[in-house]
Each structure stands twice: as C-alpha cells, then as structure tokens.
Design a binder for this molecule. Structure first.
Ligand code: AHG
Ligand code: MN
Ligand code: MN
Length: 341
C-alpha cells in the first residue's frame, strides 16, 4: 500500500466539489456525516474484543437472521446521525423492515441505503467486516411531503450519485465513488483522519483469483458449476488453475478482488425454490458494489448475465444473484452461462 501523502478525505471531497460550480455542497455534507458515523463504528469494532459487545443481541432481523450487537450498534449509529443531518430525506437499512424516516424538518435531497455491518458472521472471529452505502437523488416532490418515500429508494443502481464502503480490516479504509473514478482512503487512527492512499483504483483486467462459497456447489445451475470447474482445471497457457479466496464478508472479498483482481460469485441456489435469488441484497450490497466495480473498469452482472446497474428494484430487501469483478473473468463467466462454452 502506498503511504498516505496528506490529502484528507474531506479535502478530496471539497476539491471534487469545486470542479462542479453548480454543486450546493449537500453531497459533500452527506459524505462528511457518513464518515463521522464510520469512525464511530470503527471505534466500536476495534473495541469488540474488549467491550461487552460481542455475541447475539437475542433477536432476528427482517431477513430472519440473528442480529449481533455490533449490527445494532452500527445500524443505530448511522440511522441517528443521518436522520438529523439535513441531507437525506429517507433511508433503508438491512437491519430494518421498513423505510427509515428522517427527523422532522430535516429532509434533504438525497436518499441513503446501507448495510450497517456486512460480514457479521465474522465479527466474533476477528475477520474483516464492513459498512456499505448507496446514495440516490430524491425523486418525490418535496412540496407534497416533507419526507421521502419508498419510491425514492427503489431506483436503479445506474441512478446512484455515490456509493462506497468502509472496511474494518488490518487497517480501516473507506473506498467510494461519486461517478468520477474510485478512490481509497486509509484511516490513521492516531489522528482520526482518512488519508488518500489509493487514488483512482483500477481493478486488474485479468486475474488469478475466484471467490465463491463452494459448499453450495451441488445446488448451483449447470453453467455456474462448469465455470468453476473450468477455473480449477490445469492449463498453464490460460493461467489455470485459479486460486480460491473466500472470506465470507462481501466487503472483504470484493475489496481484495478490487485491488488484487478476481471474480466473486454468489449465484442462485436451487435448494430453496422460494428464494431463487441468491443471498445478497440489491439495494445495499449488489448495486453499490456494481457502481464501484464499473467505475474501476470491472463488471457486475446477475448469474444470468443482466447488468446489476440496470435492475429496477421492486422491494427494499430484494435479493439478487451476483457475479462481480475483473472484466476478463466476468466475460468468461457469461460465455459459460450463455452455453457458448
Ligand atoms: P451480512 O453480514 O450483511 O448479513 O452479509 C453476509 C453476506 C456477505 O457479507 C457474504 O458475502 C455472504 O453473506 C456469505 O454468505 P455464505 O456464508 O452463505 O457464504
Ligand atoms: Mn451484508
Ligand atoms: Mn449486514
């Protein structure tokens, strides 16, 4: 990793804003508030082994999963801060069944979708976790209702104005895009500032790695099975076999592939016909990472080859099969699924 050379994330955001004389500063304000929330979560995550925050909170969330205490903490930290910041009109979170209204009198012109803590099964075992966010412009008329509504949140990934994540890893990093490339900032915990450490990230065009939960192999469609079989075959000329890297925190798997190159897959699983859409959620996992990967030169599609950015969401917690990463490998995957290989 290159050493931070002194450009703080706030300075970077202000400099980018200056390139757009029409900008009001609201997006910059929103991002700054999010960064404060991220630093707060980071402090909690770092204390996780010491403070009494580990373990189950003793309830299940809308997805029927166990909510961990840190999930709750992260969710509340973002929710409370962003509800009063004046830049957001409505929010949705993985941990909340319904839309999250903002405080009275503080509705702004953006919407926020977030996964407060991604990879929560890894919290108790000291493996990287993250926070993912996605920002859209409000589309409902604010002279009719002071708050935004669900339709404001159910917009395509293509309409995002910003997206990113904070990864709480061996160091804490924030990686985001506002549609002008992808930039990475590393937190210097002694100062409490994120410094630009990875300007203009480009995902390697071709890679040597694949990330998938192969425990589900028997339940995948044939095209997905054949693709993964292919990656594991021995053929020096085409760089095979690929190496497997699967962390089980989407943010961490994605971040690794973004920097080192690779393809991540969470395809549909034929075990449960009632849930034909894989595991990951469109609004606060797949769409923001799709925006990032496209900005970095990679691709994100469904297991059937549809561009993630073009999916019209129909519900807040909609799931979507996800194939994302280096261009060459996603192109290759498409050939297997189309049956041309
Ligand atoms: P979350 O912790 O926000 O619920 O997300 C967990 C997700 C994602 O981070 C990861 O890629 C995936 O679950 C791992 O699923 P498997 O354990 O089925 O491989
Ligand atoms: Mn998640
Ligand atoms: Mn989560």
């Amino acid at each position: 990793m290159s050493k931070p050379y002194g450009i703080t994330v706030s300075r970077h955001i202000m400099d980018s804003q200056r390139l757009h004389p029409e900008a009001t500063g609201d997006l910059s304000g929103l991002l700054s508030e999010l960064i404060v929330a991220a630093k707060t979560i980071n402090a909690e995550v770092n204390m996780a082994g010491l403070a009494d925050v580990l373990g189950m909170a003793g309830k299940t969330n809308i997805q029927g999963e166990h909510v961990q205490k840190l999930d709750d903490l992260a969710n509340n930290t973002i929710k409370r801060r962003m509800a009063r910041c004046g830049y957001v009109c409505v929010m949705t979170s993985e941990e909340e069944a319904d839309i999250i209204p903002v405080a009275e009198g503080s509705a702004g012109k953006y919407t926020l979708a977030f996964d407060p803590l991604d990879g929560s099964s890894n919290i108790d075992v000291n493996v990287s976790i993250g926070t993912i966010f996605s920002i859209h412009r409000r589309i409902s008329a604010n002279d009719l209702t002071p708050q935004g509504d669900e339709a404001d949140l159910l917009q395509k990934g293509r309409e995002q104005v910003a997206a990113g994540y904070i990864i709480y890893g061996s160091s804490t990093m924030m990686v985001f895009t506002t549609g002008e490339g992808v930039h990475g900032f590393t937190l210097d915990p002694s100062v409490g500032e994120f410094y630009l450490s990875h300007p203009d990230i480009r995902i390697p065009e071709r890679s040597r790695y694949f990330s998938v939960n192969e425990g589900n192999y028997n339940f995948w469609d044939n095209g997905v099975q054949r693709f993964v079989d292919y990656l594991k075959e021995n053929d020096k000329e085409t760089g095979r076999p690929y190496s497997a890297r699967y962390i089980g925190s989407l943010v961490a798997d994605f971040h690794r592939n973004l920097i080192a190159g690779g393809i991540f897959l969470y395809p549909r699983d034929n075990r449960n016909p009632a849930k034909p859409h894989g595991k990951l959620r469109l609004l606060y996992e797949a769409a923001p990472l799709a925006f990032l990967v496209e900005q970095a030169g990679g691709r994100a599609i469904t297991d059937e080859g549809m561009n993630i950015m073009d999916i019209e969401p129909t519900s807040l917690h909609q799931r979507v099969p996800l194939v994302i990463g280096s261009r060459h490998e996603v192109d290759l995957y498409e050939e297997f699924v189309a049956g041309t290989r």
